[in-house]
Write a protein of this length. Structure first.
Length: 447
């Protein structure tokens, strides 16, 4: 059975309009996208993206085809994961990776990052993608696959943060799903036994989902999920109770599959309001997109110094122990979200120098969300320095302080600019360093 929710003719005509605007564009000012839903980049005061020229891609938010027999979906980049899950689950299928916030879009997930509790098995959402259509800054439409003559562009799109043109269509794999997820909580008192358990479950593939909350130096909880057909009860976590807190208290839980995917939608470890009383009154209105859209609107008023730390870090699992020792010393007892992550392949956007120092094929994504620096130190910079020592990768979703030289030791300069020559010959979308480390901090030059 194949479901279409919009005609391909409509899609083609919208893409042709965007391509035409790019071809006809005379301005040499940098260009950013206007989307329908809020961005899940950490808002930064002075980010140059707020004053860039805009190209409107908000119409590209439709599912084009769900091929139930072939287990694939073709969709436009502005489709949100909540809409996608609602569309595929009735046919017993879901995306291979569903990021934890309802309004993250599939295009944003590929261009930024996209991991969750199925990542120990499948990698990131981008690892499930088979084909991308990309509109270049010169207004050409390219079809990129892992094996065609545009394979470098295909492999460079993940983590490119919009610097390689505009993704206009994605085809990706779906996997079978059941209506409910049963979660069992496994408690560990130290990082070594936690790491051993992650490795063992990943090796045996005896669970469908694996993530965890690190509550304190002596409480590491691993949350192990299985799809099931029925349940004695089900819970939702969209009001007073913060899901992450329950992982320290319960031995098991049952959630409907959609509620499971978005169990952290009101924040992973930083749910607002902080108090139960506050959540009783306004909890249901404080989903991730509500908070981010408020912050986006008042970006100019955000603190310029000592910003709150919100960032995901990919740590090679053999260095997990080193990182945690350092983390407890520097950050104190701020809890962390842990997502085991096995990338499906060696990524073209990471440098050879980076890979020469990494033996592991398994990483853990450690998410530090909502840490308030209290002593004037630049915690983002401290993280960058620590990751250099242990060969970790800091996602570029928030504040970045790398020098240009350091940056290209981690990210793949040659591949980036080779792909860029094809997708953004006019440099309308900035290069990756300029966009994420310079313009995002309100600067125009690297000096
Ligand atoms: C608090 C917080 C928690 C997060 N938690 C997670 C998590 O658990 N797991 C995870 O994987 N990620 C997480 N992220 C990161 C998030 O998934 C990425 O930032 C993702 O890129 C956001 O997608 P979006 O749809 O909001 O895209 P946007 O924020 O709108 O865009 C992200 C980037 O992609 C580019 N882009 C968007 N659409 C297109 C397109 N059509 N063509 C080309 N470029 C495009 C934009 O220019 C931008 O640079 C988190 C982020 C925050 C702020």
């Amino acid at each position: 059975m194949k479901f279409r929710t919009v005609t391909l003719e409509q899609h083609d005509s919208d893409v042709a309009r965007i391509a035409r605007e790019l071809r006809d564009r005379k301005s040499t000012r940098p260009l950013s996208l206007r989307k329908k839903v809020t961005s899940h980049q950490v808002p930064k005061p002075g980010d140059k993206k707020y004053s860039d020229d805009k190209i409107d891609v908000s119409c590209l938010n439709r599912i084009l085809l769900i091929d139930v027999e072939g287990c694939t979906c073709t969709a436009e980049p502005g489709v949100t994961f909540i809409d996608l899950v609602h569309a595929t689950l009735p046919s017993g299928l879901v995306p291979m990776v569903v990021p934890e916030f309802k309004t993250i879009t599939i295009g944003g997930a590929v261009s930024g990052c996209s991991i969750e509790s199925m990542s120990f098995r499948y990698g990131g959402f981008h690892d499930s993608c088979i084909e991308y259509d990309v509109i270049t800054s010169a207004g050409e439409v390219l079809v990129c696959t892992p094996d065609n003559d545009l394979s470098l562009v295909y492999h460079s799109l993940h983590g490119s943060f919009g610097t390689h043109g505009i993704l206009s269509k994605l085809k990706f794999k779906l996997v079978p799903a059941k209506p409910i997820v049963r979660i069992v909580y496994e408690r560990h008192t130290d990082v070594e036994s936690y790491r051993a358990s992650i490795n063992a479950h990943a090796e045996k593939r005896d669970v469908d989902f694996m993530d965890g909350i690190i509550h304190s130096p002596d409480l590491y909880v691993l949350s192990l999920g299985h799809f099931v057909d029925s349940a004695p009860y089900t819970h939702t976590y969209n009001w007073v109770t913060a899901y992450h807190e329950t992982t320290a208290l319960r031995s098991e839980d049952y959630l409907r599959t959609t509620d499971y995917f978005f169990r952290y939608d009101r924040g992973v470890t930083n749910v607002y309001p902080k108090s139960k009383l506050g959540r009783l009154f306004i909890g249901p209105f404080m989903g991730s997109s509500n908070l981010l859209s408020i912050a986006e609107k008042i970006h100019w008023a955000l603190p310029k110094k000592n910003p709150m730390v919100t960032v995901d870090l990919f740590i090679p699992i053999s260095r997990f122990h080193d990182f945690m020792n350092w983390y407890w010393k520097e950050f104190g007892a701020h809890n962390l979200w842990c997502v085991p992550y096995r990338p499906a392949q060696r990524y073209a956007w990471l440098s050879d120098q980076f890979y020469s120092g990494v033996q592991d094929d398994m990483f853990v994504d450690l998410a530090i969300y909502g840490f308030h620096p209290h002593d004037g130190r630049n915690y983002y910079r401290m993280i960058e320095e620590k990751l250099r020592e242990i060969n970790g990768v800091k996602t570029l979703i928030s504040y970045n302080y790398y020098s240009e030289e350091e940056f290209w030791q981690v990210f793949h300069r040659e591949n980036h600019f080779a792909a860029k020559a094809i997708t953004d010959p006019r440099n309308a979308f900035r290069d990756l360093y300029t966009k994420t480390c310079v313009a995002s901090q309100g600067r125009t030059s690297t000096m």
